[in-house]
Structures are given as C-alpha cells and as structure tokens.
Design a protein around this ligand. Structure first.
Ligand code: PML
Length: 278
C-alpha cells in the first residue's frame, strides 16, 4: 500500500522511496529514489507498478516505504566519470576486469577469486546473492555477515535537476538503458564509502552481459561482456581496505547514508580493450 504524502509544492523536504518485491520468498526486483515531498506519492506508485509488471512475476509481496531524509545528514556528490572497454568475448571481459581491479590496488589473486565467485554464484549453494559481497582487498577474505543477503547500497539518487540532463547525455552516448543509470548512481555512492578500493559488478539479468569495474581514481569503467548470454549469475563485490574503516562504519554508510548526486562526470567514447602485460 502506498501512503499519500500531502505537502505543498514548495516543501523542500526530501524523501527516500524504496520498493522491493518478491515472488514466493524469492527476490524479484527492487528500486529506489530520493525525491521532493511533492513527488513522493507519485514515485511510490510508479515503483509499485514497476514491481507488479516485473518480468519474473507475478510478485507475491511488494514493499514500498517512504522515509523523510534529515537535510543535515544528506551528502551531495558528483557522479564518477564513465569509460567503456569493448571486448570480443566474456572471457576477455573477465581478464579485463581482473586487470582493472589490479590497477585499482587489488592483488591479482584476490581479483581473480572475486571474478570466479560471481561467475559461480556467490551465495550459498551457488545462488545469486541479494546484495553485494564485501571482500578484504588485501587478503580476499569475505566480510559480509550474511552470505545470502550480502550488503545492499541504498538511499542514493540524482537530483531533480540532474536526472533529465543526465538521461539526455547518456542517450546521446548510446547508454540509454536504465540499468546504466541505476548502476552508475549505485557505484557513485559505493566509491565514496570509507575504505572503498574498487567495485566489480555484472548483472544477474540473463539478457544483460555488460558490467563494470569502478574505482575512486578511474571512475565507472564499463566492460561490454562479462558473462555468456543467458547466464543468470551475477552480482557485486565491494573491495575494501579494512585499515581505513571498520566494517560497521562501512555497512552503515552503504545502507543508511543518503547521497544525492547533483553533478555528472565526463563520458569517454568506447575503446577496444588492449590487454597489457601486468
Ligand atoms: C552498464 O551497462 O553500465 C553496466 C550495468 C550493470 C547493471 C547491473 C545490474 O543490473 O544490477
């Protein structure tokens, strides 16, 4: 059920609107926004409708929540720069991902182990996790307390001014797929986390094989194939420097800190991935 928020169009309050849907206990879809009070009810209705029309449905449970954001705790930020590496095969893509992770400061064995974990299904019994793995970037140790749930980055969005502008810019760069924008916003928040070294991600959507490696220096680096078509396995790995931040502080930031992006990064044209001897 979607609560109606009555507010004046001049009300400057922001709300976090979050939706998650499941089918017979299995996670189906989720989405979230941070929007002005005046738009909160409409956005909640749109996210609920998205859950009801989700391809893997029917949804048997849909949760939609609206939460006021304390303006004193809101962070404003700039999105990472975007680059795209074109690869010929998903195997080449996985080598590129390992290489980019090494450039970000992840030891090669830790990078390869994480790529293999996503490839094989990182959850118990080889299932896809609901959230991300957290990996100690120095040792490869997995740190998330629940290996089925992992950690979910939440409470981030584009400002009302930036959203239409970025949608136009992404479309002009051939990046109109909504997954790009959603993943970019999530990576933008993750990269600002205390102690974050890098993120690796590819989708669990069998029809979407592009993924990315993001790190604070190089930004959001897309790789055009990271898995075979039709593969349902995917997910996210957050590589962290445990000397820089406690796990509690990191998870609290990822799950609770509201971040609103009000500036875009640069978008570079796609380039062919050239493997270097590293
Ligand atoms: C991209 O095309 O930029 C990569 C998007 C990754 C999507 C991940 C997901 O669907 O969860």
């Amino acid at each position: 059920m979607v609560a109606m928020i009555i507010s004046s169009p001049m009300d400057p309050s922001l709300y976090s609107v979050r939706m998650r849907a499941s089918s017979h206990g299995q996670h189906l879809t989720g989405a979230e926004r941070i929007v002005p009070a005046a738009a909160a009810s409409e956005v909640a209705a749109a996210l609920t409708q998205r859950a009801m029309l989700c391809a893997g449905g029917p949804a048997t449970e849909v949760h939609c929540s609206l939460e006021w954001i304390d303006p004193a705790r809101l962070c404003n930020a700039r999105l990472p720069d975007i680059s795209t590496y074109q690869v010929d095969t998903w195997r080449e893509g996985r080598q590129a991902a390992s290489c980019l992770l090494v450039r970000a400061g992840v030891p090669v064995d830790v990078a390869r182990q994480a790529v293999n974990a996503l490839a094989e299904g990182a959850g118990p019994g080889g299932r896809v996790m609901r959230g991300a793995m957290i990996v100690d970037a120095a040792t490869g140790e997995r740190l998330e307390s629940d290996p089925a749930r992992g950690v979910r980055a939440s409470r981030m969005d584009l400002s009302a001014e930036l959203r239409p502008q970025l949608e136009r810019t992404l479309a002009a760069a051939g990046l109109a797929h909504p997954r790009v924008l959603e993943a970019l916003v999530l990576a933008g928040k993750v990269l600002q986390a205390p102690g974050m070294v890098a993120e690796l991600c590819w989708s669990d959507d069998p029809a979407y094989s592009t993924g990315y490696v993001a790190d604070p220096r190089s930004g959001y680096q897309r790789i055009t194939a990271l898995k075979p078509d039709g593969d349902w396995r995917g997910g996210r790995v957050f590589f962290v420097d445990t000397k820089m931040a406690s796990l509690t502080a990191l998870v609290d930031y990822l799950e609770c800190q509201a971040v609103l992006f009000n500036a875009a990064g640069a978008i570079s044209p796609p380039v062919k991935w050239i493997a270097a001897d590293e």
